[in-house]
Design a protein around this ligand. Structure first.
Ligand code: UT7
Length: 337
């Protein structure tokens, strides 16, 4: 099939939602042995949002999804994908209920768990459905309430993670139009699964016959090897996706990296020999929002005018699994609400 006949997935709407409660570094320092200075200098984070009692991932997902649909100018889609690692329940998946609450009862809906790389994996999955002709319009939501799995005594992870949701609408189009998602690079390394893990709550622990250790229901992270892997995996994945797209690194106007730590992003910029100013940032205000990170930073940068229509944008993410993924697009004109 000739290239210009290929169906592409085109970004045509974006929306985000953050829970209203702000938790500053000073707030954390009142409860834990940490300081605003440590958190700011080691991570670049100043504050994050945290859900209130009664909220859950679906609440955030519905708010972001509704805004993305409105931005796209149509509430019709034929697939809803929710990238999340903190579903409302272990079973069923969160997407059917999110779709129902968005007035999309009956539409295909499923969750995708690739942790911090979840949004890019979900974009690739949605783009595949569009390319195959099994969907015309897809709502892709990244939503996580990762604060619900953190250990309340672990100052390191409490400093980094926050809750949030972001969503986009993709429609069938052609590869040469603004907003068309370019090639993808996706990868995973399960040999390092234990670097970021919630040990209990799954079939391994439930099937073990062993009594539950309450500490195992919380997320654990081995920060330094994760940091090193984040830098190399995102840098290598960016190079691979540029090669597939036929772009040079200097052709990229804006890099949107997974927002986990501003120092990781600086190191990726150094690895790629790109000026830091081309890397969009909102980690200072939201921390690491897991699957919501990429749509949140894209929407924030677009709203601030830091990403403009016509900009060539490279998106890259990395997280637990390990898993990583990248794609490219030329930023389209969007209704930013
Ligand atoms: O989506 C992917 C998810 N995660 C990431 O990408 C995170 C990757 N890793 C990181 O961002 C960094 O490794 C951290 C921010 C987690 C930690 O920064 P670091 O510079 O690697 O610090 P470290 O782990 O080497 O710890 C240095 C010191 C330790 O104290 P000692 O042993 O030197 O006395 C820690 O106990 O800093 C201590 N520390 C803290 N101190 C104050 C760790 N967390 C805190 C804290 N406040 N919140």
């Amino acid at each position: 099939m000739a290239g210009h006949h290929r169906r592409a997935a085109v970004l045509c709407g974006i929306g985000t939602w953050l829970p209203p409660r702000v938790v500053t570094n000073a707030d954390l320092a009142r409860q834990l042995d940490t300081s605003d200075e440590w958190i700011r200098t080691r991570t670049g984070i100043r504050e994050r949002r945290v859900i209130d009692r009664g909220m859950s991932t679906s609440v955030l997902a519905v708010e972001a999804g509704a805004r993305a649909l409105k931005s796209s100018g149509s509430s019709e889609v034929d697939l809803v994908v929710v990238a999340t690692t903190t579903p409302d329940h272990p079973c069923p998946s969160t997407a059917p209920e999110v779709a129902h609450r968005l007035g999309l009862t009956g539409v295909a809906a499923f969750d995708l768990n690739a942790v911090c790389a979840g949004f890019v994996y979900a974009l690739a999955t949605a783009a595949g459905h569009i390319a195959a002709g099994s969907a015309e319009r897809v709502l892709v939501i990244g939503a996580d309430t990762f604060t619900t799995v953190l250990n309340p005594l672990d100052r390191t992870t409490l400093a980094i993670f926050g809750d949030g949701a972001g969503a986009v609408v993709l429609r069938a189009g052609t590869p040469d139009e603004p907003g068309a998602l370019g090639p993808f690079d996706l990868g995973a390394d399960g040999s390092n699964a234990d670097l970021l893990i919630v040990p209990a709550g799954g079939s391994e622990q439930r099937g073990s016959g062993e009594p539950l250790d309450p500490a195992d229901v919380h997320f654990r992270m081995d920060g330094q090897p994760v940091f090193r892997n984040a830098v190399t995996r995102m840098s290598e994945s960016a190079v691979k996706v540029l090669d597939r797209a036929g772009w040079r690194v200097e052709d990229v106007d804006r890099f949107a990296c997974h927002q986990a730590n501003a120092r990781i992003i600086s190191a990726v910029a150094r690895d790629l020999a790109v000026p830091q100013e081309r890397f969009v940032l909102n980690v200072d205000r939201v921390g690491n929002t897991v699957a919501a990170s990429i749509p949140l930073v894209l929407a924030d940068a677009a709203a601030a005018g830091d990403i403009e229509p016509g900009h060539r944008v490279l998106v890259t993410s990395f997280g637990a699994g390990l898993g990583w993924g990248s794609t490219v697009l030329t930023w389209p004109e969007l209704d930013l609400g």
